[in-house]
Design a protein. Structure first.
Length: 319
Protein backbone atom coordinates (compact mmCIF):
# COMPACT_ATOMS: atom_id res chain seq x y z
CA UNK A 1 0.00 0.00 0.00
CA UNK A 2 1.25 3.47 -0.88
CA UNK A 3 1.29 6.00 1.95
CA UNK A 4 0.62 9.75 2.05
CA UNK A 5 1.26 12.41 4.68
CA UNK A 6 -1.39 15.15 4.66
CA UNK A 7 -0.56 18.23 6.71
CA UNK A 8 -3.66 20.13 7.80
CA UNK A 9 -5.55 16.89 7.29
CA UNK A 10 -8.21 17.68 9.90
CA UNK A 11 -9.26 20.86 8.09
CA UNK A 12 -12.07 21.39 5.61
CA UNK A 13 -10.14 20.48 2.47
CA UNK A 14 -7.60 18.24 4.22
CA UNK A 15 -10.24 15.91 5.63
CA UNK A 16 -11.91 15.46 2.24
CA UNK A 17 -8.49 14.80 0.74
CA UNK A 18 -7.72 12.14 3.38
CA UNK A 19 -11.00 10.42 2.49
CA UNK A 20 -10.21 10.44 -1.21
CA UNK A 21 -6.71 9.06 -0.78
CA UNK A 22 -7.99 6.22 1.41
CA UNK A 23 -10.71 5.48 -1.16
CA UNK A 24 -7.93 5.13 -3.74
CA UNK A 25 -6.12 2.56 -1.57
CA UNK A 26 -3.51 4.96 -0.19
CA UNK A 27 -2.76 4.92 3.54
CA UNK A 28 -2.82 8.32 5.23
CA UNK A 29 -0.87 9.92 8.06
CA UNK A 30 -2.86 13.04 8.95
CA UNK A 31 -0.79 15.77 10.64
CA UNK A 32 -2.62 18.70 12.26
CA UNK A 33 -2.19 20.95 15.30
CA UNK A 34 -5.97 21.65 15.31
CA UNK A 35 -5.45 25.41 15.37
CA UNK A 36 -8.21 25.69 12.75
CA UNK A 37 -8.83 22.00 11.96
CA UNK A 38 -11.31 19.87 13.87
CA UNK A 39 -10.88 16.30 15.10
CA UNK A 40 -14.56 15.74 14.28
CA UNK A 41 -13.75 16.08 10.57
CA UNK A 42 -11.68 12.90 10.65
CA UNK A 43 -13.45 11.01 13.46
CA UNK A 44 -15.01 8.59 10.96
CA UNK A 45 -11.51 7.67 9.70
CA UNK A 46 -9.87 7.05 13.06
CA UNK A 47 -9.50 3.42 14.04
CA UNK A 48 -8.86 2.32 10.46
CA UNK A 49 -5.64 0.43 9.78
CA UNK A 50 -4.90 2.73 6.82
CA UNK A 51 -5.26 6.00 8.77
CA UNK A 52 -3.34 7.61 11.62
CA UNK A 53 -3.56 11.03 13.23
CA UNK A 54 -0.56 12.96 14.55
CA UNK A 55 -1.13 16.06 16.66
CA UNK A 56 1.77 18.23 15.51
CA UNK A 57 2.62 21.75 14.36
CA UNK A 58 4.41 21.45 11.01
CA UNK A 59 6.18 24.74 11.69
CA UNK A 60 8.41 22.46 13.78
CA UNK A 61 10.41 19.60 12.20
CA UNK A 62 8.38 16.54 11.21
CA UNK A 63 9.39 12.92 11.78
CA UNK A 64 7.25 10.21 10.22
CA UNK A 65 8.48 6.63 10.73
CA UNK A 66 8.35 4.27 7.78
CA UNK A 67 8.05 4.80 4.05
CA UNK A 68 6.13 7.73 2.54
CA UNK A 69 5.16 8.04 -1.13
CA UNK A 70 3.37 11.40 -1.11
CA UNK A 71 3.50 14.53 1.04
CA UNK A 72 0.58 16.95 0.59
CA UNK A 73 1.00 20.26 2.42
CA UNK A 74 -2.44 21.68 3.25
CA UNK A 75 -1.70 23.12 6.70
CA UNK A 76 -2.53 26.83 6.96
CA UNK A 77 -5.18 29.16 8.29
CA UNK A 78 -7.17 29.85 5.13
CA UNK A 79 -9.96 32.33 5.90
CA UNK A 80 -9.56 36.09 6.42
CA UNK A 81 -10.72 35.81 10.04
CA UNK A 82 -8.11 33.12 10.72
CA UNK A 83 -5.10 34.76 9.16
CA UNK A 84 -5.97 38.21 10.52
CA UNK A 85 -6.15 36.73 14.02
CA UNK A 86 -3.14 34.42 13.47
CA UNK A 87 -0.80 36.39 11.21
CA UNK A 88 2.49 35.05 12.57
CA UNK A 89 1.28 31.44 12.62
CA UNK A 90 0.12 31.90 9.01
CA UNK A 91 3.51 33.16 7.94
CA UNK A 92 5.30 30.40 9.85
CA UNK A 93 3.28 27.54 8.36
CA UNK A 94 3.77 28.98 4.88
CA UNK A 95 7.52 29.30 5.35
CA UNK A 96 8.79 26.95 8.05
CA UNK A 97 5.93 24.48 7.50
CA UNK A 98 6.63 24.35 3.79
CA UNK A 99 10.36 23.94 4.42
CA UNK A 100 9.78 21.13 6.93
CA UNK A 101 7.29 19.27 4.76
CA UNK A 102 9.57 19.59 1.73
CA UNK A 103 12.42 18.25 3.87
CA UNK A 104 10.26 15.26 4.78
CA UNK A 105 9.45 14.61 1.12
CA UNK A 106 13.15 14.86 0.21
CA UNK A 107 14.19 12.48 2.99
CA UNK A 108 11.51 9.95 2.00
CA UNK A 109 11.97 10.46 -1.77
CA UNK A 110 8.27 11.22 -1.90
CA UNK A 111 6.24 13.23 -4.40
CA UNK A 112 5.21 16.61 -2.95
CA UNK A 113 2.03 18.61 -3.54
CA UNK A 114 1.63 22.16 -2.25
CA UNK A 115 -1.82 23.60 -1.63
CA UNK A 116 -1.43 27.16 -2.89
CA UNK A 117 -4.23 29.63 -3.50
CA UNK A 118 -5.80 32.11 -5.88
CA UNK A 119 -4.71 34.72 -3.33
CA UNK A 120 -1.25 34.66 -4.95
CA UNK A 121 -2.90 36.81 -7.65
CA UNK A 122 -3.93 39.41 -5.06
CA UNK A 123 -6.42 41.99 -6.38
CA UNK A 124 -5.89 40.98 -10.00
CA UNK A 125 -5.41 43.36 -12.91
CA UNK A 126 -5.78 40.45 -15.36
CA UNK A 127 -9.14 38.70 -15.70
CA UNK A 128 -9.68 35.76 -15.60
CA UNK A 129 -6.45 34.75 -13.90
CA UNK A 130 -4.11 32.36 -15.80
CA UNK A 131 -1.17 30.70 -14.08
CA UNK A 132 1.19 32.93 -16.07
CA UNK A 133 -0.10 36.05 -14.26
CA UNK A 134 2.30 37.22 -11.53
CA UNK A 135 -0.33 38.97 -9.44
CA UNK A 136 -1.04 42.31 -7.78
CA UNK A 137 -0.36 41.81 -4.07
CA UNK A 138 0.12 44.31 -1.25
CA UNK A 139 2.89 42.68 0.84
CA UNK A 140 2.36 44.97 3.85
CA UNK A 141 -1.44 44.98 3.91
CA UNK A 142 -3.49 42.88 6.35
CA UNK A 143 -4.00 40.10 3.77
CA UNK A 144 -0.29 40.06 2.92
CA UNK A 145 0.49 37.53 5.65
CA UNK A 146 -1.50 34.89 3.76
CA UNK A 147 -0.75 36.01 0.21
CA UNK A 148 3.01 36.27 0.73
CA UNK A 149 3.18 33.06 2.79
CA UNK A 150 1.72 31.16 -0.15
CA UNK A 151 3.87 32.97 -2.71
CA UNK A 152 6.96 32.10 -0.65
CA UNK A 153 5.74 28.50 -0.36
CA UNK A 154 5.51 28.26 -4.15
CA UNK A 155 9.04 29.67 -4.54
CA UNK A 156 10.42 27.24 -1.95
CA UNK A 157 8.66 24.31 -3.63
CA UNK A 158 10.12 25.20 -7.02
CA UNK A 159 13.58 25.63 -5.46
CA UNK A 160 13.43 22.07 -4.10
CA UNK A 161 12.27 20.88 -7.51
CA UNK A 162 15.13 22.61 -9.33
CA UNK A 163 17.95 22.09 -6.82
CA UNK A 164 17.12 18.66 -5.38
CA UNK A 165 15.18 17.17 -8.28
CA UNK A 166 12.16 16.64 -6.00
CA UNK A 167 8.92 15.69 -7.75
CA UNK A 168 6.64 18.62 -6.91
CA UNK A 169 3.10 19.72 -7.77
CA UNK A 170 1.47 23.10 -7.02
CA UNK A 171 -2.30 23.58 -7.01
CA UNK A 172 -3.74 27.09 -6.88
CA UNK A 173 -7.09 26.64 -5.19
CA UNK A 174 -9.94 29.04 -5.90
CA UNK A 175 -13.05 29.56 -3.74
CA UNK A 176 -14.30 26.16 -2.61
CA UNK A 177 -17.35 25.25 -0.54
CA UNK A 178 -19.06 22.20 0.89
CA UNK A 179 -19.68 20.20 4.08
CA UNK A 180 -17.17 20.63 6.94
CA UNK A 181 -16.62 24.32 6.35
CA UNK A 182 -16.30 25.97 9.75
CA UNK A 183 -19.43 27.88 10.74
CA UNK A 184 -17.59 31.01 11.86
CA UNK A 185 -14.62 31.17 9.52
CA UNK A 186 -15.70 34.46 7.94
CA UNK A 187 -16.08 33.20 4.39
CA UNK A 188 -19.11 34.09 2.34
CA UNK A 189 -20.67 30.62 1.90
CA UNK A 190 -21.05 29.67 5.60
CA UNK A 191 -21.84 33.28 6.50
CA UNK A 192 -24.71 33.64 4.02
CA UNK A 193 -26.12 30.16 4.66
CA UNK A 194 -26.20 30.58 8.43
CA UNK A 195 -27.61 34.09 8.24
CA UNK A 196 -30.34 32.97 5.85
CA UNK A 197 -31.22 29.91 7.97
CA UNK A 198 -31.54 32.15 11.03
CA UNK A 199 -33.50 34.83 9.20
CA UNK A 200 -30.74 37.37 9.91
CA UNK A 201 -29.56 40.03 7.44
CA UNK A 202 -27.06 38.81 4.84
CA UNK A 203 -23.96 40.96 5.20
CA UNK A 204 -22.69 42.15 1.81
CA UNK A 205 -19.47 44.15 1.82
CA UNK A 206 -19.19 47.15 -0.47
CA UNK A 207 -21.77 47.38 -3.26
CA UNK A 208 -21.80 43.60 -3.74
CA UNK A 209 -20.42 43.97 -7.26
CA UNK A 210 -17.18 42.13 -6.47
CA UNK A 211 -17.12 38.70 -8.10
CA UNK A 212 -16.23 35.20 -6.98
CA UNK A 213 -16.47 31.71 -8.48
CA UNK A 214 -17.45 28.75 -6.33
CA UNK A 215 -16.21 25.17 -6.75
CA UNK A 216 -17.80 22.29 -4.87
CA UNK A 217 -15.33 20.39 -2.70
CA UNK A 218 -15.74 17.03 -4.49
CA UNK A 219 -14.78 18.63 -7.80
CA UNK A 220 -11.78 20.34 -6.23
CA UNK A 221 -10.49 17.11 -4.65
CA UNK A 222 -10.85 15.32 -7.99
CA UNK A 223 -8.69 17.98 -9.63
CA UNK A 224 -6.08 17.79 -6.87
CA UNK A 225 -5.91 14.00 -7.09
CA UNK A 226 -5.43 14.14 -10.85
CA UNK A 227 -2.68 16.74 -10.43
CA UNK A 228 -0.95 14.57 -7.81
CA UNK A 229 -0.77 11.68 -10.28
CA UNK A 230 0.25 13.87 -13.21
CA UNK A 231 3.75 14.83 -14.35
CA UNK A 232 3.10 18.60 -14.13
CA UNK A 233 5.46 20.59 -11.90
CA UNK A 234 4.22 24.10 -12.78
CA UNK A 235 1.25 25.65 -10.89
CA UNK A 236 -2.24 24.64 -11.99
CA UNK A 237 -5.46 26.53 -11.22
CA UNK A 238 -8.28 24.38 -9.86
CA UNK A 239 -11.61 26.15 -9.45
CA UNK A 240 -14.94 26.86 -11.08
CA UNK A 241 -14.74 29.44 -13.88
CA UNK A 242 -18.43 30.38 -13.54
CA UNK A 243 -18.28 33.89 -12.07
CA UNK A 244 -21.00 35.77 -10.21
CA UNK A 245 -21.27 38.87 -8.07
CA UNK A 246 -21.54 38.56 -4.31
CA UNK A 247 -24.96 40.20 -4.50
CA UNK A 248 -26.12 37.57 -7.02
CA UNK A 249 -24.76 34.85 -4.76
CA UNK A 250 -26.66 36.28 -1.77
CA UNK A 251 -29.88 36.21 -3.79
CA UNK A 252 -29.20 32.60 -4.82
CA UNK A 253 -28.78 31.55 -1.17
CA UNK A 254 -31.96 33.35 -0.12
CA UNK A 255 -33.94 31.66 -2.88
CA UNK A 256 -32.63 28.16 -2.12
CA UNK A 257 -33.40 28.49 1.58
CA UNK A 258 -36.61 30.47 1.09
CA UNK A 259 -35.37 33.06 3.54
CA UNK A 260 -36.83 36.55 4.01
CA UNK A 261 -33.43 37.83 5.18
CA UNK A 262 -32.70 41.38 4.00
CA UNK A 263 -29.36 42.48 2.57
CA UNK A 264 -27.18 44.53 4.93
CA UNK A 265 -24.28 46.44 3.40
CA UNK A 266 -20.98 47.01 5.19
CA UNK A 267 -17.71 48.72 4.17
CA UNK A 268 -15.42 46.70 1.91
CA UNK A 269 -12.40 45.32 3.82
CA UNK A 270 -8.93 46.58 2.91
CA UNK A 271 -7.36 44.89 -0.14
CA UNK A 272 -10.44 42.73 -0.72
CA UNK A 273 -10.15 41.43 -4.33
CA UNK A 274 -12.70 42.93 -6.72
CA UNK A 275 -12.65 39.96 -9.07
CA UNK A 276 -11.77 36.30 -8.78
CA UNK A 277 -12.18 33.85 -11.66
CA UNK A 278 -9.82 31.03 -12.63
CA UNK A 279 -8.62 30.39 -16.13
CA UNK A 280 -8.67 26.57 -16.10
CA UNK A 281 -7.31 26.04 -19.61
CA UNK A 282 -4.26 24.21 -18.22
CA UNK A 283 -6.33 21.96 -15.93
CA UNK A 284 -8.55 20.99 -18.85
CA UNK A 285 -5.60 20.28 -21.15
CA UNK A 286 -3.21 18.61 -18.68
CA UNK A 287 -5.62 16.82 -16.35
CA UNK A 288 -8.80 16.44 -18.39
CA UNK A 289 -10.50 18.16 -15.46
CA UNK A 290 -13.32 20.63 -15.07
CA UNK A 291 -15.99 21.07 -12.40
CA UNK A 292 -19.07 18.83 -12.72
CA UNK A 293 -21.28 19.57 -9.70
CA UNK A 294 -23.90 22.27 -10.44
CA UNK A 295 -24.00 25.17 -7.98
CA UNK A 296 -27.55 24.37 -6.85
CA UNK A 297 -26.62 20.75 -6.11
CA UNK A 298 -23.50 21.67 -4.15
CA UNK A 299 -25.29 24.42 -2.24
CA UNK A 300 -28.16 22.09 -1.36
CA UNK A 301 -25.69 19.62 0.20
CA UNK A 302 -23.91 22.42 2.04
CA UNK A 303 -27.14 23.96 3.32
CA UNK A 304 -28.20 20.55 4.64
CA UNK A 305 -24.86 20.25 6.45
CA UNK A 306 -25.38 23.60 8.18
CA UNK A 307 -29.01 22.76 9.00
CA UNK A 308 -27.78 19.64 10.78
CA UNK A 309 -25.10 21.63 12.62
CA UNK A 310 -27.71 24.09 13.82
CA UNK A 311 -30.00 21.26 14.95
CA UNK A 312 -27.13 19.63 16.85
CA UNK A 313 -26.31 22.95 18.49
CA UNK A 314 -29.92 23.48 19.56
CA UNK A 315 -29.98 19.96 21.01
CA UNK A 316 -27.00 20.81 23.19
CA UNK A 317 -24.24 19.22 21.10
CA UNK A 318 -21.12 20.87 19.73
CA UNK A 319 -21.68 23.07 16.65
Amino acid sequence: MKRAVVTGGAGFLGSHLCERLIAEGIGVACVDNLITGKRENIAHLEGRADFEFLLHDVSRPIEIPGPVDYVLHFASPASPIDYLELPIQTLKVGSLGTHNSLGLAKAKRARYLLASTSEVYGDPLVHPQPESYWGNVNPVGPRGVYDEAKRFAEAMTMAYHRVHGLETRIVRIFNTYGPRMRPRDGRVVPAFIQQALAGEPLTVFGDGGQTRSFCYVDDLIEGIYRLLLSAESQPVNIGNPHEMTILEFAERIRALIGSPSPIERRPLPEDDPKTRQPDITRARALLGWEPRVPLETGLARTIEYFRNLAATSRAGGQP
